[in-house]
Write a protein that binds this ligand. Structure first.
Ligand SMILES: Cc1ncc(COP(=O)(O)O)c(C=O)c1O
Length: 385
């Protein structure tokens, strides 16, 4: 069998394996609370669902341009303007099947043997996987509890070399729930201005789930680095549309055609029905989304308080996304063992910190995309580990 060496380097996202294990245990009759999965537990808002149904009935069944339908790209530009007061032409916007392709494409375009790509650790596991696949050397940037899991700028700067082609940043962060405010992003950009050959991929997929009335400090706002900036965004988390597979990205003009060619080669175009639903999400009423954000904030407050009352863990306060990242070292177990016991003995699915890199051995990720009732039950069960 002559399997490509590249494919052997490919890693996976263990949240999916945990979901499969939890589903299997549930099908065998075990009472399982799933706090492992990273998707909102709310249905896609009704008006968006209906726009999808209407798209089918209106006969939208065929291919679209590979970069997405123009009205949708224009709606994204308009949203960028409304959110950040920046004019980005729709010809820099690429619509893709979810946010993941942006990780894939930026790694393939900027990663090859001899190049280095810096990525957050702990961080979304697909970064490391795709960097390895591209042939580039992945350089982990450790995010540590003592920095509130924010980027330590000195640490980051020390990792930049002549070989660095790309730096991946994720704010708000999966898995920690950490959020870096504008002051912090200002400082990061100031440092990045010294390295004009390095591209930046800012994964802002959780930009609309931030708490305590903070404003999202998007990298889009910084003109000094915009000609080497890729933004990863999408509908999955904001509009509860994970299964619709719809994302958008902003590309520097000099890379756009490479990314678009990858789209043609990979999937021809994004799903047309999802694109019409995505258009309604951007243009239609946002009341449901506001309620969902408030509910996440309530849950965050509850989970943060309750976890810190337990004797076997401590938890820093998340500023965004829907994850808590408790340090469970007081339990005497590492994150992997703690998650195994949580699932097998207590029926609570969590994800060990090591699923997100090598640095967070004593942590677990708990997704509070679940009802208050289940969160309360699950935390009670975890208290006994
Ligand atoms: C940080 C981060 N980036 C990207 C993605 C991918 O999103 P999508 O489901 O739209 O591909 C996820 C999904 O969990 C994520 O957590």
């Amino acid at each position: 069998m002559k399997v490509s060496k590249k494919i052997i380097n490919l890693e996976t996202e263990s949240a999916f394996a945990i979901l499969a294990k939890a589903t299997k245990l549930a099908s065998e009759g075990k009472d399982i609370i799933n706090l492992g999965i990273g998707q909102p537990d709310f249905p896609t808002p009704r008006n968006i669902q209906e726009a999808g149904i209407k798209a089918i009935k209106d006969g939208h069944h065929g291919y679209t341009p590979s970069n997405g339908i123009l009205p949708l790209r224009e709606a994204v530009s308009e949203q960028i303007y409304n959110d950040y007061n920046v004019n980005i032409n729709s010809d820099q916007i690429l619509i893709t099947p979810g946010g993941k392709p942006t990780i894939f494409y930026s790694s393939l375009i900027l990663g090859c043997k001899g190049n280095e790509i810096i990525y957050p650790d702990p961080g979304f596991p697909i970064y490391r996987s795709m960097i390895k696949f591209s042939g580039a050397k992945g350089i982990p940037l450790e995010l540590s509890e003592e920095d509130n899991f924010e980027i330590n700028i000195n640490k980051l700067e020390k990792l930049i070399t002549k070989k660095t082609s790309l730096i991946i940043i994720n704010n708000p962060n999966n898995p920690t729930g950490s959020f870096m405010n504008k002051k912090k992003i200002d400082e990061i950009v100031k440092m990045l201005e010294k390295y004009p050959d390095v591209f930046i991929m800012s994964d802002e997929i959780y930009s609309k789930i931030i708490f305590n009335d903070q404003e999202m400090p998007s990298f889009i706002n910084y003109e000094s680095i915009r000609d080497r900036l890729i933004i990863l965004e999408g509908w999955s988390k904001t509009f509860c549309m994970t299964g619709w597979r719809l994302g958008w990205s902003m590309w520097p003009k000099k890379l756009y055609e490479y990314a678009n060619k990858l789209c043609v080669n990979d999937h021809s175009c994004p799903n047309i029905i999802s694109q019409y639903a995505g258009l309604e999400a951007l243009k239609g009423p946002k009341d449901e989304i506001k309620k969902i954000k408030q509910e996440f904030q309530n849950r965050k407050n509850f989970v943060h308080k309750k976890l810190n009352e337990l004797e076997n863990m401590t938890c820093f306060e998340p500023g965004g996304a829907f994850y808590a990242f408790p340090n469970i070292s007081l339990s005497g177990y590492n994150g992997q063992k703690f998650s195994d016991i949580a699932l097998e003995e207590k029926g609570v699915a969590l994800v060990p910190g090591t699923s997100f890199g090598n640095s967070a051995k004593n942590f677990v990720r708990l997704s509070y995309a679940n009802s208050m009732e289940n969160l309360e039950k699950a935390i009670y069960k975890l208290s006994a580990i």
